[in-house]
Design a protein around this ligand. Structure first.
Ligand SMILES: Cc1cc2nc3c(=O)[nH]c(=O)nc-3n(C[C@H](O)[C@H](O)[C@H](O)COP(=O)(O)OP(=O)(O)OC[C@H]3O[C@@H](n4cnc5c(N)ncnc54)[C@H](O)[C@@H]3O)c2cc1C
Length: 327
């Protein structure tokens, strides 16, 4: 009897979950692995309503994540969380995967692998070399944690580093809560024009483009001082209570220990280490596909990740069907 081909999906974010749903409905046998303890990926970090998902008004990231996971689990798709030590070695019929789960070693032969590992916050490395960063560390928040206690931060001045939508959204929320902000972007601001216009028009905001932090220094008052440089203002000293670093995300694309050497070498990545794929998510190595933010630096979002996961599932089904008709 023909066995249903297994497909290993690495990553239980919207891309991986959507891919699993489609694979299952297309008659394949997906299994999802994630190193995190909770399925849902970065959606679990978005505590605000995500009104960018058609038909899901007012749902926060975690509530959307819980819905997606319930849907996939209802189709009896296995989701293994907290996994470790994943290795995927090419075999005759695809890949032989092995990993650790709750202290036990697990193995699976699969016809295809989907890398849906998303991105992670760029942290202290974005300010590497800035003197005083270590000394003011209690004042610093990176990525989503900059959104955690807006009312507290809004009691004083917050220095925000970053020029994209995340930095602008953070500034906007702090201003709305009565705070003061200085926003510094390395180049020109790339955030949505309407939001930037509202920030620039606010007398409690100052936006510094083509700028950078030269030095940080704790003050006896409990605040810190930041010396900024920009073309327009070569030496600006800001006294602030908080430093929010919102300098974007980088892909979880280092599978150097996960794959056999030949497969790892053949995976194409761009200069920022995002996986390069064709339009159907093929990574240039037979049987390896990528979906979601890990291969999408241009438009990372829940809906694009879901759509991409579905497209990749369809490509896998087509590729496997073609391969079996030729064998
Ligand atoms: C604070 C915040 C707010 C956001 N707000 C919105 C919004 O309002 N609207 C919107 O559309 N988008 C929003 N996003 C972006 C959205 O969450 C992401 O674009 C989306 O989750 C990407 O889905 P993904 O499946 O590609 O990756 P992810 O959601 O990042 O999931 C990847 C999964 O892979 C796992 N993983 C990574 N590496 C490995 C490995 N080696 N082995 C096993 N597992 C691994 C991770 O643990 C994770 O669970 C927000 C993001 C953040 C952080």
């Amino acid at each position: 009897m023909m066995q249903t081909p297994g497909v290993l999906i690495v990553g239980a974010g919207p891309a991986g979950l959507s891919c699993a749903l489609w694979l299952k409905k297309l008659g394949l046998a997906p299994i999802i692995l994630d190193r995190a303890a909770l399925a849902g990926g970065l959606m679990n970090r978005n505590t605000l309503p995500n009104d960018w998902v058609l038909g899901q008004v007012g749902e926060t990231g975690p509530s959307l994540a819980a819905r997606f996971v319930r849907h996939v689990a209802s189709l009896q798709v296995p989701i293994s969380l907290g996994i470790d030590g994943l290795s995927m070695v090419r075999g005759d019929l695809g890949f032989q995967a092995q990993w650790q789960e709750r202290g036990e070693s697990r193995r699976l032969a699969c016809a295809a692998v989907v890398l849906a590992t998303g991105t992670r916050v760029r942290g202290a490395e974005s300010l590497s070399g800035v003197p005083g960063l270590e000394e003011i560390s209690p004042h610093v928040r990176y990525g989503p944690t900059a959104f955690d206690d807006i009312p507290e931060a809004a009691r004083g001045l917050t220095l925000i580093v970053g020029g994209g939508d995340n930095a602008a959204e953070n500034a906007h929320m702090l201003l709305a809560a009565g705070g003061e902000v200085v926003v510094v972007a390395r180049s020109e601001f790339r955030a949505q024009t309407a939001m930037m216009a509202r920030i620039v028009a606010n007398p409690r905001a100052r936006c510094v483009s083509k700028g950078r932090i030269l030095a940080l220094r704790p003050l006896p008052t409990g605040d810190f001082a930041a010396t900024l440089f920009s073309e327009a203002c070569p030496s600006l000293v800001v006294k602030a209570q908080r430093l929010h670093v919102l300098t974007g995300y980088e892909p979880n694309s280092d599978f150097s220990t996960g794959f056999d050497v030949d497969t790892w070498r053949a995976l194409r990545r761009d200069e920022q280490a995002y996986l390069c794929t064709d339009a159907a998510g093929r990574c240039g190595v037979p049987g390896v596909y990528a979906a979601g933010d890990v291969c999408n630096p241009v438009f990372p979002s829940v809906v694009s990740a879901m759509a991409h996961g579905a497209m990749v599932a369809k490509a896998i089904e087509r590729d496997l069907r073609l391969a079996s008709s030729q064998s």
